[in-house]
Write a protein that binds this ligand. Structure first.
Ligand code: C2E
Ligand code: CA
Ligand code: CA
Ligand code: CA
Length: 275
């Protein structure tokens, strides 16, 4: 969960003027949401920065509660972790996303976010292996996204789990890169295949900006480590142009496509086609 979650939660909480009883009701409804079929996934495209071709999609979880309305994942995922349902919920996300991706033309990939809880429970690699076998999705088409914050708490356990997942042939991306406090040490300690640069570095991206210097440094790091770099949060053509010129590999953001129900993308039949 991202570092800004507690703030979001506080804001959400106070705007609802939630009492202890409201909170218990919220948690109760969240606990039942899986069996009530209230979760869904939306998909956001990830594009090749050079040719504009679709590389794949990131699955993003949505909870549409009849009572609480659409609740942002930054709010409910932290609570789902706290009340102990993130294991089954995370497995549902993986299964649903892989089932969907198995219908896409090869080699389109699916990126799935994984919570620290799932990594620490230790059976994540076995869960992923089962889901790949069930859905028939080739392991090389699945990518797991993890944030570094989770890896630091139980590094040995995390390393073991990530190695097992990699051994399946699944790629691992470090998400929100640059926002933590030990990104470089983490990069050396864990077997990542891909770097996802946090969108905070894109917001004020401009010629001569500090963000541009940082993005360039991260792109250099990616080249040195032979890891493709994805930049997320690309909202303007100017940002996209700068990133392309800097040699960024892949881009994701509202400019290229908002997270949407997959039906919105059914025109994608040719993975080499351009937008
Ligand atoms: P994330 O993994 O960093 O996902 C990217 C977030 O940035 C998504 O927010 C996406 O909608 C948003 N985004 C994409 N492009 C742009 C852009 O151009 N501008 C701006 N301002 N935002 C953009 P979303 O869907 O609200 O998800 C928030 C976070 O919730 C995710 O951040 C991830 O940490 C977590 N999350 C979402 N789905 C899952 C899931 O299935 N499992 C787990 N464990 N966490 C999830
Ligand atoms: Ca992500
Ligand atoms: Ca991210
Ligand atoms: Ca690889």
């Amino acid at each position: 969960v991202k570092s800004d979650s507690p703030n979001n939660f506080a804001r959400y909480d106070s705007s609802m003027e939630r009492t202890g009883q409201d909170r218990r009701k919220f948690e109760h409804d969240l606990r039942l949401a899986l069996q009530r079929d209230e979760f869904s996934l939306v998909y956001q495209p990830i594009l090749c920065a050079h040719h504009g071709a679709f590389k794949g999609f990131e699955a993003l979880l949505r909870w549409n509660s009849p009572l609480h309305g659409p609740v942002p994942p930054d709010i409910f995922i932290g609570i789902a972790e706290a009340i102990g349902i993130m294991g089954p919920l995370g497995a549902w996300v993986l299964r649903t996303a892989c089932t969907e991706a198995a219908t896409w033309p090869n080699p389109l990939k699916i990126a799935v976010n994984v919570s620290p809880i799932q990594i620490q429970q230790g059976n994540l690699a076995a869960t992923i292996a089962d889901i790949l076998a069930e859905t028939g999705l080739a392991p090389g088409r699945l990518e797991i996204e993890v944030t570094e914050s989770m890896l630091i708490r139980h590094p040995e356990r995390a390393l073991e789990t990530l190695r097992q997942i990699k051994a399946l042939g699944v790629d691992i991306a470090i998400d929100d890169f640059g926002t933590g406090y030990s990104s470089l040490a983490t990069l050396r300690a864990f077997p990542f295949d891909k770097l996802k640069v946090d969108r905070s570095f894109v917001r004020d991206l401009d010629e001569g900006s500090e963000s541009l210097a940082i993005i360039n440094a991260i792109l250099g790091l990616g080249r040195g480590l032979r890891m493709p770099v994805v930049v997320e949060g690309v909202e303007t053509q100017t940002q996209a142009d700068i990133l392309r010129r800097c040699g960024c590999d892949e881009m994701q953001g509202y400019l290229l496509g908002r997270p949407s129900a997959i039906e919105r993308f059914t025109t994608i039949t040719n993975p080499n086609g351009t937008l």
